[in-house]
Design a protein around this ligand. Structure first.
Ligand code: FES
Length: 73
């Protein structure tokens, strides 16, 4: 399913960017281009970021950052 029509970016491609460590809409845009044109898909990208559970992917840098932060507390 396409989320970003302007840049022709699919939901799975955006999810891959998030799994690779993108944690903001701007980082997703830098990584795969989604959201970098008219901006109408940026809310959907933010929703995907909000729903992402970093603990679902053991290779996810976001999960490792969260684990490191809690270990130092
Ligand atoms: S639909 Fe994504 S930038 Fe326009």
């Amino acid at each position: 399913m396409y989320v970003c029509i302007c840049r022709v970016v699919t939901q799975s491609r955006i999810r891959a960017s998030i799994d690779a460590g993108a944690s903001t809409v701007d980082e997703v845009t830098l990584e795969c281009g989604a959201g970098g044109d008219c901006g109408s898909c940026r809310d959907e990208i933010q929703t995907m970021l909000d729903k992402h559970d970093a603990s679902d992917c053991d290779h996810c840098p976001r999960a490792h950052r969260a684990a490191s932060a809690s270990a130092t507390r």
